[in-house]
Design a protein around this ligand. Structure first.
Ligand code: PEP
Ligand code: MN
Length: 380
């Protein structure tokens, strides 16, 4: 793969975001003190780990939660749990603190106000870490559902040979009809774990409720939360306590604020390893299953430091639309793709119509690698 030395376009974009003029330091501090709520503590660039810890301890001694978010230049500490009762202006006097600023957005930890540069999701796999975001375009591919060991292995073998490092497949399937295939459950997770060992791929799979989340956390490398569960707040909180990264799909009628607030639920519990995923929203379109809202990608990048993937499989519902929308997604700045691939789509137990063949995936990868190169990014 080509070595990329120049600065990727997303980094350029994020470094060019400016603070609006009303966010002058003096105004922000005054406002923070008077509001006594929703504050962000910005540490000095040379602040020590001990100073960061001390500020966190002082925040937590007041019954609030401190979220230290390290950036490349300095650490910011988000504060959640303040219902407005506690005046936090005193934090500005602590050693190592540069300033306290109010967070103007309803979402705090996901906001660019907390972290100016792009976050990079790092997924542990048997063959080393896979990065998603920044200059890295992540590829996640595999069948909609785990149907059998043979089926998962047949697809995984081909994908691994193409260089795909993250395998997706649902062991728990949230289906519209209770009579449709619901997934193999823990047996499916065991098959995925075997595929992980055999092909060295990281596993991405969906948790549909708190019970399945316990098992998904145990077997998988990334916990997927599906569109239908984007506002399942107890599941979001459970995923926020997990030790694995979370892939959060946009609800099919969710606004951008609702999407970001759902990510905030996960981060507020202390899990900062979150990647968003646009998978299409409901519209009056009669030629696609959903309408893939690619404009949400730059919109997310403007407001949030979190990486965002695009899923053109669910976003279109049609096999022949997956390649063109994948090209567009990467061109618009998506940090990766989530693609449904099946070796016998006509026999698939779910989403066969939108699943591409392994050979089509090879073509897609070839084109995406070229598009990524133009944007000074590389495909992982
Ligand atoms: C899936 O990824 O298979 C899935 C069910 O996706 P969504 O939640 O976007 O419908
Ligand atoms: Mn599917």
């Amino acid at each position: 793969m080509k070595t990329v030395t120049s600065v990727c376009s997303t980094e350029r974009q994020c470094s060019s975001i400016e603070n609006p003029p009303e966010h002058s330091a003096a105004r922000r501090a005054a406002s923070a003190k008077s509001q006594g709520t929703d504050m962000l503590v910005v540490m000095q660039s040379h602040a020590t780990d001990e100073q960061v810890r001390h500020v966190c301890d002082r925040i937590e001694s007041l019954g609030l939660k401190a979220h230290p978010i390290p950036g490349s230049i300095r650490t910011a500490i988000g504060i959640t749990g303040n219902k407005g009762a506690v005046d936090l202006g005193f934090l500005e006097a602590l050693a190592g603190v540069a300033e306290c600023i109010p967070v103007s957005k309803p979402y705090k930890l996901v906001s660019r106000e907390v972290k100016e540069e792009d976050s990079i999701l790092r997924v542990a796999t048997p063959l080393g870490e896979v990065a998603i975001g920044g200059c890295n375009v992540g590829m996640i591919a595999g069948p909609c559902a785990v149907e059998s060991r043979e089926q998962v292995f047949a697809v995984a073998e081909k994908l691994a040979a193409q260089g795909v490092r993250l395998l997706r497949a649902g062991a728990y399937k949230p289906r519209t009809s209770p009579y449709s295939f619901q997934g193999l459950g823990e047996d499916g997770l065991r098959i995925l774990a075997e595929a992980r060992d055999r092909f060295g791929m990281g596993i991405v799979t969906e948790a549909v409720d708190n019970e399945s989340c316990d098992l998904v956390e145990k077997y998988a490398d990334v916990i997927q939360i599906g569109a239908r569960n984007m506002q399942n707040f107890s599941l979001l909180k459970r995923a926020g306590k997990a030790t694995k990264p979370v892939l959060l799909k946009r609800g099919m009628s969710a606004t951008l604020d609702e999407f970001l607030m759902a990510a905030e639920y996960v981060m507020a519990e202390g899990n900062y390893n979150v990647v968003l995923c646009e998978r299409g929203v409901r519209t009056f379109s009669d030629f696609t299953r959903n309408t893939l809202d690619l404009a949400v990608v730059p919109a997310v990048k403007h407001r949030s430091h979190l990486p965002i993937l695009v899923d053109p499989s669910h976003g279109t519902g049609k096999r022949h639309k997956v390649l063109p929308l994948s090209r567009a997604a990467v061109a618009v700045g998506a940090d990766g793709l989530l693609i449904e691939v099946h070796d016998q789509p006509e026999k698939a137990m779910s989403d066969g119509m939108q699943s591409i063949l392994p050979d089509e995936m090879a073509q897609l990868l070839g084109e995406i690698r070229q598009i990524a190169t133009v944007l000074h990014r590389s495909v992982n």
